[in-house]
Design a protein around this ligand. Structure first.
Ligand SMILES: [Zn+2]
Length: 119
């Protein structure tokens, strides 16, 4: 019974993490991070870092994390953070977003469809 809200495929959700993971890592100034993007909660540098939010996301969702062990709700929550991130980094010429074919917009639509159970 696909197509119902409560029946979202975990594998579909997990493969959606690849794109924002790449984008976030690309955008981060990894070379300036003394911890090689390993968030350290007890380190003041990490807590006050301007890349803190992105860094936390990466640490929760990188390829080494067993995403398949997380619940669909947890995955959805993390995915929505990534949606916010990708959405806020769209370039300003995205006037007609529904027709836009850039990789950001394609990914955003894919997420929407998956969360709606239409993927
Ligand atoms: Zn676009």
């Amino acid at each position: 019974m696909r197509g119902y809200m409560h029946n979202i495929n975990k594998t579909d959700l997990i493969q959606l993490f690849n794109f924002p993971r790449q984008r976030i890592l690309q955008s981060m100034e990894v070379t300036h991070c003394p911890h090689a993007v390993f968030f350290n909660q007890s380190d003041e540098q990490c807590i006050t870092c301007h890349q803190g939010e992105e860094c936390l996301w990466i640490n929760h969702n990188d390829e080494m994390v067993a995403l398949e062990m997380k619940s669909v709700d947890q995955l959805k929550q993390q995915l929505l953070i990534a949606v916010d991130y990708i959405d806020s980094n769209l370039s300003p010429h995205h006037m007609s977003r529904r027709k836009c074919q850039c990789e950001n917009c394609r990914w955003l639509r894919q997420v929407q469809m998956t969360l709606d159970g239409k993927a």
